[in-house]
Design a protein around this ligand. Structure first.
Ligand SMILES: Cc1cc2nc3c(=O)[nH]c(=O)nc-3n(C[C@H](O)[C@H](O)[C@H](O)COP(=O)(O)O)c2cc1C
Length: 364
C-alpha cells in the first residue's frame, strides 16, 4: 500500500486516514488500539485548561433512518441505516498533566504514526494567549508531531471559545501568533463550517501561519422531539441545547466548504472531515482538494472495536489502494482537486438559449 503514503503539512503519513478529535481519540488505550489497527494518524480529543463537566446524560446519539415510512430517530428499529451523529459533548475532561505522559508513550510506541494534539483556550486577553502557548509547548515537548487549534467547538457558552470565535479574523491571527511563536511544528486550524465568511477566516489563518485548515467540525443543530412523548431524543430534565451534527448527513455541506477553501487557496493544505464512511466519501474530499482525511462518526458506530474503527481503517485503505491500482494513480496528490475546476458559477453552466447572464439583464 505504498501509494497511500502521503506527505501532508511536512509530515509523513503511512496513509491519509486520521481519527478526528472525538471519543475515538479520548484516551491512550483507544489511540494505541487505533494505531495497532492501521490508522495513519490521530487528532486527540481536544485538550484545554478551563473547567469541563459534561451534561448528566448521554453525550452522543446515533440517528438512523428507516427504509419503510422513513424518518430519522435514534430509536431501535429494524431495517435502518446510519444518518448522523448528534452530540453535545464538551472537550476532554482529562487534565493536561494526565495527557502528557500518555502522549509521550503513544508517540514512543508508534513513532511512524502522526500524533496531532487538539488544543483549545479562550481569546481576548494575554492570559488566554498564554494558555494557548502553554498548551502548545507542553504537547510538543512530549513528542506531538503537530497541533490542531480548535476554533470550532459548537457548544461553548463562553463567547471567547470554539465556534464563537471562528468568524473573527483578528482573534484567529492573535491565537496563531501566540502558538507559532511558542512552537515549531505544523499548525492545523479547525474552523466551524457555520459561517458565511469561512473563506476569509481560512485566509486569515493561512496568512498567520496555519499549515492546514481542518474542516468540518459538526454543524450546529438541534435534536428532534418525539411527538408521542414530547421528549427530545436526548435531553436532561427536559432540557437540551444546540449541539453538533456529524456523519453522513453533513457530507455534502462539508464538501462544499472544503471546495470553497480549496478553490480560493489551491496550493494550501486542507484536512477534510465530515461524513466519511468509506472510500467513496474519502475520494470526494480528495477530489475537492483535501490531502488528508479525518473520520469520527463512522469509527464510533463500528460495533466490537471499542469505537475506533478497526475494520473501517482496513476497508478504507484497502478500497482506496484498489482504486488507485486499478485506475493507475501513483499518489493521492495526483487525485487531489480533480473535481475543483468543474465546480463553477451558476451562469457558467450551459443554458439551452445560450444567453443567461447570471440573473442580470443581457447587454443589448
Ligand atoms: C461525540 C463527539 C465529540 C467530538 N469532540 C470533538 C472535540 O473535542 N474536538 C473537535 O475538534 N471536534 C470534536 N468532534 C467533531 C469531530 O472531530 C468531527 O469534526 C465531526 O464529528 C465530523 O466528522 P464525522 O462526520 O466523521 O463524524 C466531536 C464529534 C463527536 C461526534
Amino acid at each position: 500500500m505504498e501509494k497511500l503514503a502521503t506527505t501532508f503539512t511536512g509530515l509523513n503519513f503511512v496513509n491519509p486516514f486520521v481519527l478526528a478529535s472525538a471519543p475515538p481519540t479520548e484516551s491512550k488505550k483507544k489511540i494505541l488500539r487505533a494505531f495497532d489497527a492501521g490508522w495513519g494518524g490521530v487528532v486527540t480529543k481536544t485538550i484545554g485548561l478551563h473547567p469541563v463537566e459534561n451534561v448528566a446524560g448521554p453525550k452522543t446519539i446515533f440517528q438512523r433512518v428507516s427504509t419503510e415510512k422513513p424518518y430519522i430517530s435514534r430509536m431501535k428499529r429494524s431495517d435502518t441505516v446510519s444518518h448522523s451523529s448528534w452530540n453535545w459533548e464538551l472537550i476532554s475532561d482529562q487534565p493536561l498533566e494526565l495527557w502528557l505522559p500518555d502522549l509521550e508513550e503513544i508517540k514512543n510506541t508508534y513513532p511512524d504514526r502522526m500524533l496531532i494534539a487538539s488544543i483549545m483556550a479562550g481569546a481576548g486577553n494575554n492570559e488566554e494567549m498564554d494558555n494557548w502557548a502553554n498548551l502548545a509547548k507542553a504537547c510538543v515537548s512530549v513528542g506531538c508531531d503537530a497541533l490542531e487549534l480548535n476554533m470550532s467547538c459548537p457548544h461553548m457558552d463562553r463567547k471567547d471559545m470554539g465556534a464563537n470565535i471562528a468568524n473573527d479574523e483578528d482573534i484567529i491571527r492573535s491565537i496563531l501568533q501566540a502558538v507559532t511563536s511558542a512552537v515549531d511544528v505544523p499548525i492545523w486550524v479547525k474552523l466551524t463550517p457555520s459561517t458565511s465568511t469561512l473563506v476569509d477566516a481560512a485566509g486569515a489563518a493561512y496568512d498567520a501561519g496555519a499549515a492546514s485548515i481542518s474542516l468540518c467540525n459538526t454543524f450546529p443543530s438541534l435534536p428532534l422531539m418525539d411527538p408521542e412523548t414530547m421528549k427530545f431524543e436526548v435531553e436532561v430534565d427536559g432540557l437540551v441545547t444546540s449541539g453538533g451534527l456529524g456523519g453522513l448527513a453533513i457530507l455534502h455541506q462539508a464538501l462544499q466548504r472544503v471546495c470553497d477553501i480549496s478553490k480560493a487557496y489551491p496550493d494550501k493544505a486542507i484536512s477534510g472531515i465530515g461524513g466519511i464512511r468509506g472510500f467513496r466519501e474519502a475520494f470526494n474530499f480528495i477530489a475537492n482538494g483535501a490531502g488528508n482525511l479525518q473520520i469520527c462518526t463512522a469509527a464510533m458506530e463500528e460495533k466490537g472495536s471499542g469505537g475506533v474503527g478497526v475494520e473501517l481503517i482496513k476497508e478504507l485503505t484497502g478500497d482506496l489502494n484498489e482504486f488507485m491500482e486499478r485506475k493507475g494513480y501513483n499518489s493521492i496528490e495526483e487525485l487531489r482537486g480533480v473535481a475543483r475546476d468543474r465546480i463553477v458559477e451558476h451562469a457558467q453552466v450551459r443554458r439551452k438559449s445560450g444567453k443567461y447572464n447570471g440573473g442580470h439583464a443581457l447587454a443589448s
